[in-house]
Design a protein around this ligand. Structure first.
Ligand code: NAD
Length: 497
């Protein structure tokens, strides 16, 4: 499909695509696909004021009615799925099936948030005082700033946005400077839902376009009580202290360095499929991509051989074309980082297969996914390189494998392939994986929205999407009501006057 048609189908106008100062290049072929206007810090301050005004109205709209707006957003997304999915592919380079899958995730979180809008429940708690009732209530919190990364240009926005809106919080979205078009197109889809809804206040969603400085305005503002930031650990290290310094709340979704342990009893056919999908899917540019394979020595040679065979036949190519499984890296910097990591691994004693540039389209950075057979888990393996490099290490004892899996600074996703329940339960136990996500007999990537998504350690500790993640967008209030004629104090304290 020609680039122009994708931009037209996404209903982006000529004015939006020309004349701005932010150049947007497609990783498909390096073509310039837009020159988008950026916002100034003063623009962002104005957005914050506007969103604060919207909050004053929106917080009093009954939550199920707020859910109706997200129900309509879900309908509009269904209608726009093909157009937005293709734009995701054009702007960030993931294959079309994954672009469409990302929009499907937005639709799924809409459904979840609509149900959640009728379940923002608290507790009733037994009071120690006679004639008293105690309860916990969840109230809207205020404006939420949502900062997102290039590799999932729309889904993590929706995980935050849909819950924030049903919880009563307007959102200011600062998308990656590499993927502003997806954000502009998504905002238009939401506008259509607002129109059908009828009486929503202005300013429930603002999109703030620009580089890190624009995100910094949000993180510094005392009028933005929630900052949800998805991106590198480097970004999290800058954002977290600023927000903590003003006692704001952060939801941090940062880098991962995800592993799979493959035990001797594993179903190797399934393991190979899971490894290939999670190591080379999205060209290794998922926060949950498989980066480390920790395989039992008894099956190591066999498994590595099977992987090399599978890698040799991977269709690398135009992500918009049918049949492609591996699209491009986002840009030249990503390619350089991959090459540097491979050089370091080689110097550490790795045997490397793949990793070379693949000449698919001149301006695109296509690569052969690499397998690096390591003598041990060296420093480079313990770092997240955002590219399709699979480091392979051996083990003989499960305790050693779990220790190796946990011995990295990041704690996002993990998994084990084994048919031995003693091994799988140990992996899931308190002494097992230290990650926010731990899977058995499936790969580390491709989470469903029903569960809470996020990870520990340098991944930041945030949780988004399903389970009770909605609580992060609300403030908890404990209320005690005295319906007696006396005033007994707690803890039996006497304070008679
Ligand atoms: P990045 O950190 O370069 O940028 C992410 C966003 O943060 C961008 O919008 C950027 O402009 C903004 N930003 C950067 N510095 C900032 C600052 N000081 N203040 C405010 N905003 C700032 O990340 P990227 O290259 O776009 O994405 C890749 C990274 O994101 C990888 O590390 C990946 O693991 C991570 N990621 C994590 C998750 C998750 O859920 N854990 C999901 C997707 C991506």
């Amino acid at each position: 499909m020609p680039h122009d048609q994708i931009l037209r189908d996404a209903q982006l106008t000529k004015a939006e695509l020309t004349g701005g100062d932010l150049e947007v290049f497609s990783p498909v072929d390096g073509a310039l696909i837009g020159k988008v206007a950026t916002h100034s810090p003063a623009d962002v301050e104005a957005m914050i004021s506007d969103a604060k005004r919207a909050f004053e109205t929106w917080r009093e709209v009954p939550a199920p009615r707020r859910g109706e707006l997200i129900r309509l957003f879900g309908e509009e997304l269904r209608a726009a799925k093909d157009a937005l999915g293709a734009l995701v592919t054009l702007e960030c380079g993931k294959i079309l099936q994954e672009g469409l899958g990302e929009v499907q995730e937005m639709i799924d979180i809409c459904d979840l948030a609509v149900g959640q809008s009728r379940q923002l429940y608290g507790l009733t708690i037994a009071s120690e005082r006679p004639g008293h009732a105690m309860r916990e209530t969840w109230h809207p919190m205020g404006v939420a700033g949502v900062i997102t990364a290039f590799n999932f240009p729309v889904a993590p926005f929706a995980w935050n946005f849909c819950l924030a809106i049903v919880c009563g919080d307007p959102v200011i979205w600062k998308p990656s400077e590499k993927t502003p078009l997806c954000a502009l197109a998504t905002a238009k889809i939401f506008e259509r839902a607002v129109k059908r809804f009828g009486d929503a206040p202005e300013g429930l969603l603002h999109v703030a376009i620009g580089h890190a400085e624009i995100g910094e305005v949000l993180t510094a503002s005392g009028d933005v009580p929630i900052i949800s930031a998805t991106g590198s650990t480097r970004m999290g290290r800058a954002v977290a202290p600023v927000v903590a310094g003003r006692f704001g709340r952060t939801i941090l979704e940062l880098g991962g360095n995800n592993a799979m342990i493959v035990a001797p009893s594993a179903d190797l056919d399934n393991a190979v499929r899971a490894i290939v999908f999670s190591a080379v899917g999205t060209c290794g540019q998922r926060c949950t991509s498989l980066r480390r394979l920790i395989v039992h020595e008894d099956i190591r040679a066999d498994l590595v051989q099977r992987l090399k065979t599978a890698y040799a036949s991977l269709p690398i190519g135009d992500p918009l074309a049918d049949g492609t499984l591996v699209g491009p890296l986002i840009d030249a910097d990503a390619f350089e980082m991959m090459q540097k990591a491979l050089d370091t691994a080689k110097a550490d004693g790795a045997k490397i297969t793949g990793g070379a540039r693949s000449e698919v389209a001149e301006g695109g950075y296509y690569v052969e996914p690499a397998i690096a057979e390591m003598p041990s888990q060296t420093d480079i393996v313990r770092r997240e390189t955002f590219a399709p490099i699979l480091y392979v290490m051996g083990y003989t004892d499960l305790g050693e494998a779990i220790a190796m899996q946990n011995d990295v600074p990041q704690g996002l996703s993990s998994c084990i392939f084994s048919t031995d329940v003693r091994e799988t339960e140990r992996f899931l136990s308190a002494a097992g994986s230290d990650c926010g996500i731990a899977n058995v007999n499936i790969g580390p990537s491709g989470a469903e929205i029903g569960g809470a998504f996020g990870g520990e350690k340098e991944t930041g500790g945030g949780r988004e999407s399903g389970s009770d993640a909605w609580k992060a967008y609300m403030r908890r209030q404990t209320a005690t009501v005295n319906y007696s004629r006396d005033l007994p104090l707690a803890q039996g304290i006497k304070f008679d006057i």
